[in-house]
Design a binder for this molecule. Structure first.
Ligand code: SAM
Ligand code: DTB
Ligand code: SF4
Length: 318
């Protein structure tokens, strides 16, 4: 099988993406590392800290998510945090070495009154000298503009999987809804953070399809989080067959090759990964992580452990 070897080429056909997945592991990693080195310093990794500003009680039915109100996962429905609480968390994240602060809300989309409070949070976090990111669900055009005007840098909105598999995972919205919001985010001039989840029982073809969908966004997302499903008891996907970590590494490598200029984030699921698997992900071209002991509701490696891992690998945070 002949696949173009130019580190500059953005691969856009689905069959080419599928072929990348079939390469021998060492060939795939060599190729990903070559592309990575032509666009990035391979020893620098961007660090983002997450904060759940509105936890639980979500009306959507995403089968992976512990925050959907309809599943009994032990995650309580909490109120939107105050601006002061968010500032305190952002200050701590900055002191620990994060450069970006991502605020997540368990909403289908924001209500106008809540968005006002979120824009106050964005302004305050920016004043601390951190990059800002928000993930609040679906947006109207005017809401995307309001976020941009408040100084938001990135909006996270994941495609999560392929159009074909989407209906097996989520029934309360359509793939098109996600693409619509991504369009509005771009139109408003925000930078896009868009990725997906693997380990949901999907096929390799679906993983290739996800990367294909992400890579054909035009322009490609600045940030691409690749999440390994964190299985939470009470969610429909709890008990799914656990994905081979080497297949996760392959997915990161294919993302790197197909989106050469994007930051590829080794995202959820890192707590369940050995240091060696994480090191392979960095070799495969991952150059961003979530940093801090909690994701939104589930755990993430301890800050000390990540600092140690970076030291061992000679990685310097960006
Ligand atoms: N409610 C908004 C939305 O869905 O767009 C924003 C928050 S939502 C929690 C953000 C992302 O978290 C989802 O798109 C999904 O990729 C990821 N996520 C949620 N639950 C997860 C899990 N159990 N394992 C891995 N990733 C997960
Ligand atoms: C993303 O792609 N992953 C993050 C962030 N964007 C918002 C969320 C991961 C959530 C994992 C499950 C939890 O902690 O609730
Ligand atoms: Fe709600 Fe987002 Fe969780 Fe889906 S992923 S249930 S939209 S918080």
């Amino acid at each position: 099988m002949k696949i173009s070897l130019s580190p500059e080429s953005d691969i856009l056909s689905f069959s080419q993406v599928e072929s990348l997945f079939e390469l021998p592991f060492s060939d795939l990693l060599y190729r990903a590392q070559t592309v990575h080195r032509s666009h990035f310093d391979p020893n620098r990794v961007q660090v983002s800290t997450l904060l759940s500003i509105k936890t639980g009680g979500c009306p959507e039915d995403c089968s992976y998510c512990p925050q959907a109100a309809r599943y009994s996962t032990g995650v309580a429905n909490e109120a939107l945090l105050s601006v002061e609480e968010v500032i305190a968390a952002a200050r701590a994240a900055k002191e620990a070495g994060a450069s970006r602060f991502c605020m997540g809300a368990a909403w289908r989309g924001p209500k106008q009154k809540d968005l006002q409070q979120v824009t106050d949070m964005i302004k305050a976090v920016r004043q601390l000298g951190l990059e800002t990111c928000a993930t609040l669900g679906m947006l109207k055009e005017s809401q995307a503009t309001q976020l941009k005007d408040a100084g938001l840098d990135f909006y996270n909105h994941n495609l999560d999987t392929t159009p074909e598999f989407y209906g097996e995972i989520i029934h309360t919205r359509e793939y098109e809804d996600r693409l619509d919001t991504l369009d509005k985010v771009r139109q408003a001039g925000l930078k896009v953070c868009c990725g997906g989840i693997i380990g949901m029982g999907e096929s390799r073809q679906t993983r290739a399809g996800l990367i294909y969908q992400l890579a054909k966004l035009d322009p490609q997302p600045e940030s691409v989080p690749i999440n390994m499903l964190v299985q939470v008891e009470g969610t429909p996907l709890f008990g799914s067959e656990v994905l081979d970590p080497l297949e996760f590494v392959r997915t990161v490598a294919v993302a790197r090759i197909c989106m050469p200029r994007s930051f590829v984030r080794l995202s959820a699921g890192r707590q369940q990964m050995s240091e060696s698997v994480q090191a392979l992900c960095f070799l495969a071209g991952a150059n961003s992580i979530f940093y801090g002991e909690k994701l939104l509701t589930t755990g993430n490696p301890e800050v000390k452990a990540d600092q140690n891992l970076f030291l061992k690998l000679g990685i310097v945070p960006l």
